[in-house]
Ligand binder design. Structure first.
Ligand SMILES: [Zn+2]
Length: 263
């Protein structure tokens, strides 16, 4: 999801079906990304710490018993920690999964903090059942609805990624240089979608990694090197077309003199 830059709300409800926690994680990561773009850069210290699962300014609130969150949970895990400024980053992000498990008392305990949030506090309440939330809570939150259509779009994008990964492998197998260059056009739609592009490159990497283990081919090894190089070049904001074309040529068995690559 894209972060509305300069216009970050203090409380959100992610409501509906699908991978709400994954969406919340991506949002929390982007909020504290040091690059300050709408999508996380995945390479700054904040993004890397986030990926390790130990981000100091992301708080996962959890219910202390099976029936749900108690007032004490809200006090101990939200109200009290909210009084302390973020350790290292801009926002302190509180993620409450299954927010429908906040009973009315617990929601009321949360309400004051949502009404008068610290300037650094951001709440992400995730729930498949928004009707369980009190109207007073809902009215203080930006509601972001997810439905199965959104999930279908994600699946469709994943399918496009898989198809392209297969096409690259087939072209490489034929050592078709012109075909390799022509494939660049199919990478273009991924230029603005970092997440899908990363998945695509990871998928190619896995594919060739598997081939190295199966066949020990030197070519497969060179392909994995080229893919890693491309990932680094793109993370460092290198030229997109150049990085992808060089990768495709190398995967397809074309030896490019180092001199041409460095400029
Ligand atoms: Zn970042």
């Amino acid at each position: 999801m894209r972060v509305p830059l300069g216009n970050v709300g203090h409380a959100y409800i992610f409501a509906g079906e699908g991978t709400l926690l994954a969406q919340a994680n991506a949002f929390a990561k982007a909020l504290n990304c040091l690059e300050g773009n709408e999508t996380p850069c995945d390479s700054c210290i904040s993004c890397r710490v986030f990926a390790s699962g130990n981000h100091p300014d992301t708080v996962y609130v959890t219910p202390s018993n099976a029936t749900g969150y108690s007032v004490e949970d809200v006090r101990n895990q939200v109200v009290k920690p909210m009084a302390t400024k973020p350790f290292s980053y801009r926002y302190k992000v509180f993620i409450l999964d299954n927010a429908e498990k906040l009973n009315h008392q617990a929601q009321n305990a949360l309400l004051k903090t949502i009404e008068e949030p610290a300037p650094y506090g951001v709440f992400l309440l995730l729930t498949p059942a928004i009707e369980a939330m009190l109207p007073t809570v809902i009215s203080r939150c930006v509601v972001v609805k997810y439905n199965s259509n959104a999930q279908a779009q994600i699946n469709e994008a994943d399918e496009a990624v898989q198809t392209l990964a297969r096409e690259v492998a087939e072209t490489a197998h034929k050592q078709d240089i012109l075909g390799a260059l022509a494939l660049y056009k199919k990478f273009e739609p991924f230029k603005e979608n970092k997440e899908s592009l990363q998945r695509l490159l990871d998928m190619l990497y896995t594919l060739y990694g598997k081939r190295i283990r199966e066949t020990g081919e030197a070519h497969a090894f060179r392909a994995t090197e080229a893919i890693m190089y491309t990932k680094q070049a793109l993370a460092a904001n290198g030229n997109f077309q150049l990085a992808i074309e060089l990768m495709l040529l190398k995967i397809c068995g074309c030896d490019i003199p180092q001199k041409v690559v460095e400029f």
